[in-house]
Design a protein around this ligand. Structure first.
Ligand code: ZN
Length: 183
């Protein structure tokens, strides 16, 4: 497995619609394991494949902090949203940015696990929010797309910093490692 690391806004891979995963093999399990490692290193509660540079429909998450809370979701769909609540969300790919997001408070997830077994679960509150955030990543949607003017102003400096860092990185072609910040 090539070494994977976190990709930061405004990297274009974060804007692509991800393609479905067709093969459930050892490399998929290894990818999931590596994504959990990165998620924990960064103290996140979810991480989508495009955030490590891979445009495939998969995310991992853990909304409880307990080992049993680990979920691998491949080719997910979300169904039957109910209720709506606003809550601040950050994103590991957009450090130091926080955006109030309106999300369904209860939603059903249908997906496959890393072995290709399908499952369906209904989640509420934080779990429902994480699923919706990660699912957005698979469509190329980011929290910065939902900023009103006031939120945009609050986050302006952090976003500008990320854009400058990305522009610099492109020029020097140095890849990862430069970022010490966490989201
Ligand atoms: Zn995110």
């Amino acid at each position: 497995m090539p070494s994977l690391s976190l990709v930061y806004y405004p990297h274009p891979v974060l804007r692509k619609r991800c393609r479905p995963i067709e093969r459930f093999d050892a490399s998929l399990a290894a990818l999931a394991a590596r994504m959990f490692d990165i998620m924990r290193e960064e103290r996140g509660i979810g991480l989508a494949a495009p955030q490590v540079g891979l445009s495939v429909q998969m995310f991992v998450c853990n909304a409880t902090g307990e080992p049993e809370g680990d979920m691998i979701c491949v080719n997910p769909v979300l169904l039957d949203p109910e209720g709506v609540a606003e809550g601040d969300e950050g994103c590991l790919s957009i450090p130091d940015v926080s955006v109030p997001m309106r999300r369904a408070t209860r939603i059903t997830l249908k997906a496959f696990d890393a072995t290709g077994r399908s499952f369906q679960l209904t989640g509420e509150a934080l779990l429902a929010r994480v699923w919706q955030h990660e699912y957005d990543h698979l469509l190329g949607r980011l929290i910065v797309d939902s900023m009103n003017d006031a939120v945009r102003i609050e986050n302006r400096r952090a976003i500008k910093q990320l854009e400058d860092d990305f522009a610099k990185q492109g020029k020097s072609s140095s890849v990862s490692g430069a970022h010490g910040r966490r989201g």
